[in-house]
Design a binder for this molecule. Structure first.
Ligand code: SF4
Length: 112
């Protein structure tokens, strides 16, 4: 089944909006948050935001969800005022709900 399947699930944007109040459509793709990504990140944050806008569920398999702790510890600022950490946490939870969380990866959602 393609990852883009939307059957039975709210859109990723709606899920993030309901969980965090963050409307990722505000992402301007300014790329300023893409500075110094962690080594474990296969997508930069701007790409993650745009995947959510497109409801592209393949983002739930992105290593960025589980490999961006160092990046988030640097408290990246979003030019649109989006709370990047809460968006990533919501995607982690959604990946777990859909059984797409990467095996062996510690979850920020689990660790609090
Ligand atoms: S800084 Fe904010 S608005 Fe700019 S690309 Fe990153 S998430 Fe989008």
């Amino acid at each position: 089944m393609p990852l883009s399947s939307k059957v039975g699930r709210a859109s990723l944007r709606d899920i993030v909006l309901a969980a965090t109040g963050q409307d990722v459509r505000q992402c301007m793709q300014c790329l300023l948050c893409n500075h110094r990504p962690s080594q474990g990140m296969d997508l930069v944050i701007g790409e993650v935001m745009q995947a959510i806008v497109r409801n592209d569920a393949s983002v739930l398999r992105s290593r960025t969800l589980w490999g961006c702790d160092d990046y988030l510890l640097r408290d990246p600022r979003c030019q649109a005022g989006l709370d990047i950490s809460s968006v990533i946490l919501t995607l982690q939870r959604e990946a777990e709900v859909r059984g797409l969380a990467m095996a062996g990866e510690p979850s920020r959602a689990e660790s609090g």
